[in-house]
Design a protein around this ligand. Structure first.
Ligand SMILES: Cc1cc2nc3c(=O)[nH]c(=O)nc-3n(C[C@H](O)[C@H](O)[C@H](O)COP(=O)(O)OP(=O)(O)OC[C@H]3O[C@@H](n4cnc5c(N)ncnc54)[C@H](O)[C@@H]3O)c2cc1C
Length: 461
């Protein structure tokens, strides 16, 4: 990149409505910050796109000059795939518009929007679609990998609610992918990540949600963890799609509804979510309360947008993060024992292990219906190792890897593509299972030279 003729760069700049940043420019260092502070990459060019035309110009320029490309949506990917060294970043963070068609119950969402942008607009009409649990995550990367959250048991994955997407392909063409048009591409982008092009616009189906939902946390002492998790599993096994129960094991944050002596102590947190009003879910709430003697609870009617932001303070950008994840189709006694053992040895107070509860509507499609194949998963179990001092890198990463190894025999043998770290390229085939070969064929059709390879890469067949 450094040897590139200045005239060529200037000519490229004139074709953009957005801005082009190079390493010597003001704002460059800020523009290469992403959620995971472990990632420190120095792109040669950062193209801050203002619209689809900028994306097309950037893709053509990269292709013509054989420049490696990374695409940035919300910048949350744990592997840091929003950035590359030396090459070009196509940065969509200036493309965050959300348009809601209230009568048609649809949303048109630009490729760089965050979940918070989406919920803000859709909820002003009492509408929503399944997204993730942290409002600063990008709609782009989350959707292209599958996407699950509080609404998934009721309404499926994010990709199950995707109606179409505008994709800028490797040769700079703009295609609309939907069930009736470019159907192979539409299948591939519902789980296949950013491998097939840049999504500049997504069209989603919306559902009536809230504006108030029933949510909250019920917190149990760690000494009761075995009983709580066993009863949690038993309840989950017979639960209706109207309720989602996530379990989080960590040290208690200083939440006002917890007694001060619990703050900083290991706890089991059950996060409760339902679209139904409080009085319609009393039976399920009482069942959760019966898991043990809770040390505190805070449950009630909550605005949906507030719940979508409830975990943001624990997930703020700027820390070092390392994840290891397994899909589970059941919660084995041995997995519960390993959870308890490892949470008893957390390497830093910010670390946690969570069981993201899926199932329900998310599991009613066959695995080959979308590129995302995991239609048997009840829990996505993720180790969120989190710290600030680089001196803790080895300690934290070793802990996560040891937990991962200890629980591997009790896992489903698959993983969610969006939870893979940068060194887990050997798990990509596992993440796509029986859909992998079809994805390779479609990659060969739309991106035979693998321009879009700064991702969990699917090699063209
Ligand atoms: C704190 C936190 C909470 C999370 N919670 C959830 C959750 O509840 N549910 C869930 O399903 N996932 C969750 N995730 C995982 C999340 O889905 C992935 O990190 C996802 O990659 C984030 O997308 P992004 O656009 O922010 O990321 P980026 O880092 O910008 O991009 C990720 C990948 O997607 C590609 N990409 C992004 N946008 C586009 C686009 N418009 N067109 C083409 N390619 C694109 C990028 O090139 C890159 O390869 C969470 C992640 C974090 C860090």
């Amino acid at each position: 990149m450094t040897s590139m003729n200045i005239g060529v760069i200037n000519d490229f700049k004139t074709k953009l409505r957005g801005t082009l940043l190079q390493p010597s420019d003001t704002g460059y260092d800020e523009a290469r910050q992403i959620w995971n502070a472990m990632i420190d990459r120095r792109p040669g060019l950062i193209v801050r796109c203002r619209g689809t035309s900028d994306v097309r110009v950037a893709v053509r320029f990269a292709r013509e000059h054989d420049i490696p490309v990374a695409v940035r949506g919300g910048g949350h990917n744990i592997a840091g795939n929003a950035l590359c060294d030396d090459g070009m970043v196509i940065d969509l963070s200036g493309m965050r518009a959300v348009h809601v068609d209230r009568e048609g119950k649809k949303a048109f969402v630009q490729g760089g929007a965050t979940l918070g942008d989406f919920d803000h607009e859709a909820q002003s009409h009492g509408l929503a679609t399944p997204l993730g649990i942290n409002s600063t995550t990008g709609v782009g990367g989350l959707t292209l990998g599958g996407g699950f959250g509080w609404l998934s048991r009721k309404y499926g994955l994010t990709v199950d609610n995707l109606l179409s997407a505008d994709i800028v392909t490797a040769d700079g063409d703009l295609l609309r992918a939907r069930a009736e048009q470019c159907s192979d591409l539409f299948w591939a982008i519902r789980g296949g990540g950013g491998n097939f092009g840049v999504a500049t616009m997504f069209e989603f189906r919306l559902h009536e949600v809230g504006p108030e939902v029933t949510t909250g946390l019920i917190v149990f002492p760690f000494s009761q963890a075995k009983q709580v998790l066993t009863r949690y599993r038993d309840l989950v096994n017979g639960l209706s799609d109207d309720v989602s129960l996530w379990a989080v094991l960590r040290q208690a944050p200083p939440l006002p509804f917890l007694p001060p002596e619990v703050h900083g102590k290991e706890v089991v947190v059950i996060a409760f979510f339902s679209l139904l009003p409080l009085d319609a879910v009393n039976t399920e709430l009482d069942a959760v309360r019966g898991f043990g003697q809770a040390c505190g609870e805070h449950v009630g009617a909550t605005p949906y947008v507030a719940w979508q932001q409830a975990f943001d303070p624990l997930l703020a950008p700027g820390s070092r993060n390392y994840w290891k994840s397994h899909n589970l189709d059941r919660l084995a006694d041995e997995a519960i024992d390993a959870l308890i053992r490892f949470v008893g040895e957390l390497p830093t107070p910010e670390c946690e292990i969570f069981l993201g509860h899926i199932g329900g509507q998310a599991n009613r499609l066959p695995p080959e219906a979308t590129a995302y194949p995991h239609r048997n998963v009840i829990y996505a179990m993720n180790v969120h190792t989190r710290w600030t001092d680089p001196a803790d890198d080895d300690k934290c990463i070793s802990w996560a890897r040891a937990f991962f190894a200890a629980t591997a025999p009790y896992a489903a043998g698959s993983v969610y593509i969006n939870f893979l770290t940068q060194e887990e390229g050997d798990r990509i085939a596992e993440a796509y299972g029986g859909n992998y070969e079809r994805l390779r064929q479609i990659k060969a059709k739309y991106d035979p030279r693998n321009l879009f390879r700064q991702n969990q890469n699917i090699m063209p067949a």
